[in-house]
Design a protein around this ligand. Structure first.
Ligand SMILES: Cc1ncc(C[n+]2csc(CCOP(=O)(O)OP(=O)(O)O)c2C)c(N)n1
Length: 333
């Protein structure tokens, strides 16, 4: 269990001079007084890439990610809790099972690419990268601070393992298309996984990218749509209604699967199943709950970019750390 460390200057991943941390740490005064800022693990998970992954272990990692998200949000400061937690199971399945990647060599040319088009959910990606060992887990506690390697939205130049700057919604799928096309031209085996939000896809650029992916038959491009039904201001269906989703993506020439986005076995099976589909890009519609895993935040739009008070923070930590030990006899870290 790693305890919270004091703020300090941090190393810059791509070889620059160390930068001092600036600004107020999220909830720093409250967090200093809070005994519960800790991690469940030191962070040395490696992707399994096996045909039969240990589902219980992947579920455990999803819980680790959610606890790390809560630690990053801290007390008394806003953080994108809802949309980070809704996609945590999918992100765990990708980073700890499906994707071929090497935390010791983030630029490995044959790696699979992960793009978080809904970049406001950066905390879940940071948690996964730290857990895999791309950087020390202690960095998570400086997330969102000026000068930190973990900015409020994914930043290619700040964070090892981040493939592109995302968070201006609607752009990630276009980047993913370009990467997929480039990998094909270079004869590389990498697949591209792109996570989008169901509110995000109201952006018109998404549909240009969707047409391009089908036109170029980018069958090594896999989209995962986090269908939690809420965007920043309310239900997706009552704002810019992006439904009906399966019909739309099929009409745009994609192979579509629909799954429960919190059912780990279904996630793994879907990710494996789309490998076999040729000639089309694939879209996995993951039906999820915003804030999943934190009962008082589930399906509550106020936790989109929510703020935890000390009691909520403690309660969330208690719930998420109630299973601190990985499945018996199966390793973990
Ligand atoms: C181009 C652009 N417009 C607006 C925003 C502000 N914004 C951040 S998150 C969000 C809602 C996104 O909803 P959704 O894609 O459903 O995300 P999720 O519910 O999965 O977190 C908005 C409008 C933005 N980041 N980029």
């Amino acid at each position: 269990m790693t305890r919270w460390s004091e703020p300090r200057s941090i190393a810059v991943p791509w070889g620059g001079r160390p930068r001092p941390l600036r600004g107020r740490c999220p909830g720093v005064a409250e967090a200093r007084a809070c005994p519960a800022r800790y991690f469940l693990s030191k962070g040395s998970a490696l992707p399994t890439n096996t045909p039969n992954p240990d589902i219980e272990k992947l579920q455990h990692y999803a819980r680790v990610l959610r606890l790390d998200i809560v630690q990053m949000v801290g007390v008394g400061q806003r953080g994108h809790l809802g949309g980070s937690c809704s996609i945590a199971d999918v992100v765990a399945a990708l980073y700890f099972h499906k994707m071929r990647h090497d935390p010791k060599n983030p630029a490995w040319p044959d790696r699979d690419r992960f793009l978080l088009s809904k970049g406001h959910a950066a905390l879940v990606q940071y948690a996964a990268l730290a857990e895999c060992g791309y950087f020390p887990k202690e960095e998570l506690l400086h997330a969102k601070r000026l000068g930190s390697m973990l900015q409020g939205h994914p930043d290619l130049k700040s964070t090892p393992g981040v493939e592109a700057n995302t968070g201006s919604l609607g752009q990630g799928l276009s980047i993913a298309c370009g990467m997929a096309a480039g990998l094909r031209l270079d004869g590389r085996p990498g697949r591209v996984y792109c996570v989008l939000g169901d509110g995000e896809i109201a952006e018109g650029q998404v549909w240009e990218a969707a047409m391009a992916a089908a036109a170029f038959k980018l069958d090594h491009l896999v989209g995962i749509l986090d269908c939690n039904g809420l965007q920043a201001m309310g239900p997706v269906a009552q704002r810019f209604n992006t439904n009906p989703l399966p019909e739309k993506w099929r009409a745009f020439g994609w192979h579509v699967l629909e799954i429960d986005g919190h059912e780990m076995r279904a996630i793994v099976q879907a990710l494996d199943a789309v490998d076999g589909v040729r000639g089309k890009p694939k879209m996995i519609l993951a039906r999820t709950v915003k804030g999943a895993g934190i009962p008082f935040a589930e399906n509550r739009v106020e936790f989109h970019n929510g703020l935890l008070d000390a009691g909520q923070f403690e309660a969330a930590c208690a719930i998420l750390s109630s299973d601190p030990v990985p499945p018996a006899g199966k390793g973990g870290n």
